[in-house]
Design a protein around this ligand. Sequence first.
Ligand SMILES: [Zn+2]
Length: 340
Amino acid sequence: MNVIEQETSKLIERAQQLEASDIHLHPSESRTNVWLRMQGELVPWITINQGRASKWIAHLKYKAGMDLGERRRPQHGAIQHPLPGKELHIRLSTLPSDGVERLVIRLLPQHEHHPLQKLALFPEDATRLETLLKRPHGLVLFTGPTGSGKTTTMYTLLHHLVTSKLRQVITIEDPIEQTHPLFTQMQVNEHAGLTYESGLKSALRHDPDVLMLGEIRDVNTAAMAVRAAMTGHLVLSTLHTKSAARAVERLCELGIPKSDVLDVTEAVVSQRLVSMKCPYCKDTCHLYCPSRQRLGRRGIYEISHQQDLFTRHHSDQIRRRLYKAAALGYISHAEGGADG
Ligand SMILES: [Zn+2]
């Protein structure tokens, strides 16, 4: 292993130990700032000189099979990084900015399935989520802002489902964020003709019990997901809406008759992700604080069941639960007061 290879491995492994989701190499005039995204926030980490940063970037681009000579055009690549006992999937993305290339390294740890009880801040939410999985068929939708942990919730629920009783779980995702040995996972690849729609069509011929769609974003996928849910499959997916009422409206906008939407939707789960308050640090938890990783982030959930969807009222349950979490001292008051 040469020096640059050792340094980049160490960089990735150290960031992974700190439970960062991304590493940013952000060159400015003569130095390159290295930032980490931790629990959703960018944190300054180290500073290195420009020459070394260029070598790191070149080495990582080479490993990911990206075009080394191309520095004016954005590029994407992926590498597998072996760690003791597990694999780390890494996605690379370069972006030229004012003549210099910036790199974001996304770390996607594999086979790290949180127990259901660690997902939710309030234990009763975990119990309610578990109950949802007992349905043999129907549509369960997850809504919330980007980065609110919808995908993690779906993975955790599917993992729980498949380890409690063997089921054929097929996922169609863009991208596959975590691989799971017991799921059949399809990566959307529009150039190769694999869309959400065609993937779902193939999945239905493959005798599935449970289907997970990364996203419902077009008319045909919506129609097929609804049909799958009506014909004996449990279908999990996400919608980019803020509330359960909006999720119903969105499916109607995608051409599904409202009666079908209300008939097939078992539940809409809305969620927000909150950082647990550190008992030692005053405001934001310090990068190297030992309790930072232990506390982590938890979900605040609002579960609207089928019968709630008929009433169409905009609930403020998430907001009330955020206040409650702040009042009990689990999260900061700033976080408890801000919805989303
Ligand atoms: Zn702390």
